[in-house]
Each structure stands twice: as structure tokens, then as C-alpha cells.
Design a protein around this ligand. Structure first.
Ligand code: CMP
Length: 138
């Protein structure tokens, strides 16, 4: 079983879409093995997105991620990393396919409703960034 890391971002939490997104996740066969709703500090967001620190959108992205609560989730499924990225759809909702979460719910490239790890090393870093070992039940 592979684990991946997901975030329901402030725009989706604010619009009360948490339940709808979790429903999509569970109906696609993912198991939610850990979850918490938190308000990130700017330092949390900057550390989480450090790989993007030289990108022009880094300042806006990290500020946006602190504008309201987010839901942090660890998902488990065979091939979870790829499967969650497929279910999310393209980063820019304008490019996302029909049936994906971003196509259905995302507002724009920044307020794109959900995040997902893009590789096994990223998933391991992102999971351990927000969750301790005792919080994760397989
Ligand atoms: P996410 O999958 O969380 O990873 C980085 C985030 O940066 C991305 O989703 C978008 O919300 C945001 N972002 C803003 N502008 C861009 C951009 N030009 N290219 C990629 N990601 C962007």
C-alpha cells in the first residue's frame, strides 16, 4: 500500500467543500489514514513549499495558504500518489479534465482547492512535515 499526502486548501474549506471532496476520495477507494484541520502559520507554509521558494508565485502562494483553515490528510491506496494526482486533475483548473476535483471545484491556479504529493520522496517529506508517526494508523 502506498501513502500520499493531500491538502484541502483554504478556498475549498471556506466554501464548505470538505465533505464533498472527502466523499470523492473515499469513493475512489482511498483510505484516509490520518487527517486534521489546522490554520497554517506563514513559516509552516514557507517550509512546506520550500521547493518553490525561487518561483515568482511563492509569496502569494504561501500567504494564501494561511488565509483560512486547511485539512491535512494522509491517503493510502495501491499507487496512491499517481491516483490522487489523477483525481485532483491539472494544477491549473482551466486545463483540468472533466470529472476531476479541480475541474469541479477549483477557482483558479492559486485557489486550486487541493494539493497532492508528486513523487514518493515528496510524499515522505510532506507526510513527516505535518504528522508524527503516532498519528498515522494504517
Ligand atoms: P500545488 O499542487 O499545491 O503546488 C504548488 C502550488 O502553487 C500549486 O498547487 C498552485 O496552487 C500554486 N501556483 C500558483 N501559481 C503557479 C504556477 N504558475 N505554476 C504552478 N503552481 C502555481
Amino acid at each position: 500500500m502506498e501513502k500520499t499526502f493531500a491538502i484541502i486548501k483554504p478556498d475549498a474549506v471556506e466554501r464548505n467543500l470538505t465533505g464533498k471532496i472527502l466523499e470523492r476520495i473515499e469513493s475512489e477507494g482511498f483510505r484516509i489514514v490520518a487527517m486534521k484541520r489546522v490554520l497554517l502559520t506563514l513559516a509552516d507554509a514557507q517550509g512546506f513549499y520550500y521547493v518553490h521558494k525561487e518561483r515568482p508565485f511563492f509569496k502569494d502562494l504561501t500567504a494564501y495558504m494561511c488565509t483560512g483553515p486547511v485539512v491535512l490528510i494522509i491517503l493510502e491506496k495501491e499507487g496512491a500518489i499517481k491516483a490522487w494526482r489523477e483525481l485532483m486533475g491539472a494544477t491549473n483548473p482551466a486545463d483540468a479534465e472533466e470529472g476531476t476535483i479541480r475541474k469541479e471545484f477549483a477557482v483558479n491556479l492559486e485557489k486550486n482547492s487541493v494539493h497532492g504529493s508528486d513523487a514518493p520522496e515528496t510524499a515522505a517529506f510532506e507526510i513527516s512535515y505535518f504528522f508524527s508517526q503516532t498519528e498515522v494508523l494504517s
